[in-house]
Write a protein of this length. Structure first.
Length: 142
C-alpha cells in the first residue's frame, strides 16, 4: 500500500529535480525531473487515490487464494532475494466477471499463514481500486 509519506518523498524529489534543472540547465536534469514527475503523477498518485477510494467506498469481500507467486530479485551487491505475492480471485457481484487481486511484494513466504480465502476491500465501480488485508501476517508488508 502506498502511504502519504511515499507521496511526500516523491514530491520533494521532484521539486529538487526541478530546482536542479533551473540551476544546472542541462538536458539530463530536465529528463530526470520529467521522469520523476511522470512517476509521481501517473503511477504513485493514481495508485494512492485508488487505495483511498477503496478504503472509503469499497466493500469487504472474501477472495479465493489462487496461488503465491515467487521469484528471485538480484540486489545491487549481486545477491538474490526471494519475493512473494499473494494472488486471489473473486467474481464481481454486478456482472459475474472474475477479477484478480495481487498483494504487494513481500520478503517472506506467506504460505504458512494463508487460508483458502483472504479479505479484500474493493470498490466495484473501479475494481482496480482495492486493498488486500494482510494484517494476519506476522511480518510487515510495505
Amino acid at each position: 500500500m502506498i502511504s502519504l509519506t511515499t507521496l511526500v518523498i516523491a514530491g520533494v524529489l521532484f521539486v529538487i529535480a526541478l530546482f536542479a534543472g533551473f540551476f544546472v540547465p542541462h538536458p539530463i536534469t530536465w529528463l530526470g525531473a520529467l521522469i520523476l514527475g511522470g512517476i509521481l503523477f501517473f503511477i504513485l498518485l493514481p495508485k494512492y487515490q485508488g487505495q483511498q477510494q477503496a478504503i472509503s467506498n469499497g466493500v469487504e469481500i472474501q477472495a479465493a487464494v489462487q496461488e503465491v507467486r515467487e521469484w528471485s530479485r538480484k540486489t545491487g551487491d549481486g545477491n538474490y532475494i526471494d519475493q512473494y505475492e499473494i494472488i486471489a480471485v473473486a467474481p464481481n457481484p454486478n456482472n459475474g466477471q472474475i477479477y484478480t487481486f495481487v498483494s504487494p511484494p513481500m520478503g517472506q513466504d506467506p504460505k504458512p499463514y494463508l487460508k483458502d480465502s483472504i479479505t479484500v476491500k474493493v470498490d466495484w465501480s473501479n475494481p482496480k481500486a482495492y486493498v488486500m488485508d494482510l494484517s494476519f501476517l506476522p511480518f510487515k508488508v510495505y
